[in-house]
Write a protein that binds this ligand. Structure first.
Ligand SMILES: [Zn+2]
Ligand SMILES: [Zn+2]
Length: 267
């Protein structure tokens, strides 16, 4: 990484830091990746000081080599049509005003990473590669030391399928047989990495199950005869009349087995 004490240098007219040259890097995914790498090298290895640019209305380059993807509710390319591919921050704010948007409600935020996929990979879920037109549509996941890129909808499908299979097994192991799991919104976190929750109809009533940080939240409908607080009096975990938090799949299986045994309705 070189010497951190080395002063920053400004190299005027460089390929990767002037408007017209940069524009030509936005014409293909291959070129965009080149631009990202060139700026990274310039900033982190040669300690060049660069300009801040807004690229394709979806990324912000900073002065030291990062190429950050804009996230959150306000993504300029999605709110303002026909933005110039390369803009200064000042020019973006002028465009925002020109488009009649309230600048106070355009909360611009971006991270350190571009999350742009390499041009030669495919999404593991659908098998399709990316192009310059959809290379912002990525969720990056770490899988055994490798970074994997997925399309947003593909990531959702995978996360949901994996969780569904795991919870189906929990119910089966707990003696419920093969149950139908209906995905419902995760009531705790709606980020890209968190799985949905699932609703299951059992003979005794409805159960909702899903991850909540590091515990599995098990929620029973009010129709259940026994309160979980009383049923699990000896378990030192967060619980209430209609819910209990299980530390992992084994505990969830154990709790569901006990719930099943205790909730048989009196005819
Ligand atoms: Zn995909
Ligand atoms: Zn989350």
């Amino acid at each position: 990484m070189g010497n951190n004490q080395q002063p920053y240098v400004y190299v005027p007219g460089s390929l990767y830091d002037t408007r017209n040259e940069m524009k030509s890097f936005t014409e293909s995914l291959f070129r965009l990746n080149q631009l990202i790498h060139m700026r990274l090298e310039a900033g982190y290895i040669r300690h060049e000081r660069m300009n801040e640019w807004v690229v394709l209305g979806r990324w912000v380059t900073d002065s030291c080599g990062n190429f950050g993807k804009i996230s959150g509710d306000f993504i300029p390319a999605e709110k303002i049509p026909d933005l110039p591919p390369i803009m200064t921050m000042g020019e973006l704010w002028a465009q925002i005003k020109f488009a009649g948007l309230d600048p106070d409600r355009c909360n611009l935020q971006w991270g350190m990473n571009s999350e742009v996929p390499p041009e030669n990979i495919v999404c593991p879920e659908c098998g399709k590669p990316w192009t310059i037109y959809d290379c912002h549509d990525t969720v990056v996941r770490r899988h055994a030391d490798v970074w994997e890129h997925y399309h947003h909808t593909c990531n959702r499908a995978k996360v949901s399928r994996v969780a569904q299979a795991e919870f189906a097994k929990v119910f089966e192991d707990a003696g419920y047989g093969k149950v139908l799991l209906t995905a419902v919104p995760n009531q705790y976190c709606q980020c890209d990495y968190c799985a949905p929750w699932f609703e299951i109809q059992t003979a005794a009533g409805e159960i909702v199950i899903g991850w909540r940080k590091r515990v599995i939240n098990i929620q029973v409908s009010v129709g259940f005869r026994v309160g979980l607080e009383a049923l699990f009096a000896d378990e030192d975990v967060t619980k209430g009349r209609n819910y209990i938090h299980a530390w992992g799949y084994d505990k969830a299986t154990e709790y569901l087995r006990i719930i099943k045994r205790s909730s048989v309705r009196i005819p």
